[in-house]
Design a protein around this ligand. Structure first.
Ligand SMILES: C[S@@+](CC[C@H](N)C(=O)[O-])C[C@H]1O[C@@H](n2cnc3c(N)ncnc32)[C@H](O)[C@@H]1O
Length: 248
């Protein structure tokens, strides 16, 4: 079922209820290794220029993996959006930041003013959307970003051998309510950037360490990372030019 049909939200609801019934915590509903992934997402944003004064929009924020890491030090403002209110509520409680907004959304709108954010991030979100939805979200991101602001997103691609496992798992899953696993090519991002008049700043392979962070982490799988990490998914960074270009 294409994800922009009404059943999409219920697929997520179904996944969530399944995880809850199997005794897994909210954090697990968006993948294991909650804290490590959050730390690396935060470190990635810092490597892209995030400061305590930055304003961040976290689309598909889930149960607050990134938000929990940002909460102690971010002064520039935070908006988390998601389609599932239960996850938003968990994220809100986890962060203890009454000044932050956690907003349930429907469709690809971002409830923020024009040119109000320094970062819009999509961690493991385009992996569940149609290409049309991703394109709509990128146009919305451009609207809400200040000139020089960045879009940071993680994605799955056939170029990375380890991503094939995700494809195989989705292929093997016969459940009609399964959540879509979408793959994106770098060509697609190049076309998105060109047609939205955004700068394509960087691609990072999902299986190669590229995120500088302090210390060492050990994932549940036993994978150890020290000083330089990666998220598993590939990363694309887009930038809104300081001087606007006309769209082609
Ligand atoms: C794999 S989780 C990632 C959560 C979070 N970004 C993180 O890194 O922990 C994907 C999230 O995207 C949300 N989502 C799915 N479709 C969405 C949409 N169209 N707009 C906003 N969020 C969406 C899901 O509810 C879920 O919380």
């Amino acid at each position: 079922m294409p994800p922009d049909q009404p059943g999409y939200k219920s697929q997520y609801d179904h996944l969530w209820k399944h995880l809850a019934a199997s005794g897994q915590a909210h954090a697990r509903a968006v993948g294991g290794d909650f804290e490590i992934a959050g730390r690396l997402e935060f470190a990635l944003l810092r490597s892209c220029g995030l400061t305590p004064e930055s304003s961040v929009i976290d689309v598909g924020c889930g149960s607050g993996r990134l938000a929990a890491q940002l909460a102690p030090g971010l002064r520039g403002g935070y908006l988390g959006t998601d389609i599932l209110p239960s996850l938003l509520e968990h994220a809100r409680q986890l962060c203890g930041r009454p000044d932050w907004r956690f907003v349930e959304t429907n469709g690809e709108s971002i409830p923020a003013a024009d040119e109000s954010a320094d970062f819009v991030c999509f961690f493991s979100v385009f992996t569940h959307l149609s290409h049309e939805q991703t394109w709509r979200y990128l146009l919305e991101s451009k609207r809400v970003l200040r000139p020089g602001g960045k879009i940071v997103c993680s994605f799955l691609e056939f170029k990375i051998r380890s991503h094939w496992t995700v494809f195989e798992q989705t292929f093997a899953n016969q459940d009609p309510r399964k959540v879509l696993s979408q793959f994106l090519s770098r060509d697609a991002f190049e076309a998105f950037a060109f047609n939205a008049a955004l700068d394509l700043e960087a691609f990072h392979d999902g299986d190669k360490p590229h995120i500088p962070f302090a210390g060492e982490v050990v994932w549940e799988s036993g994978l150890r990372m020290s000083g330089l990490g990666h998220l598993g998914q590939s990363v694309c960074v887009l930038r809104k030019p300081l001087i606007a270009r006309p769209v082609p």
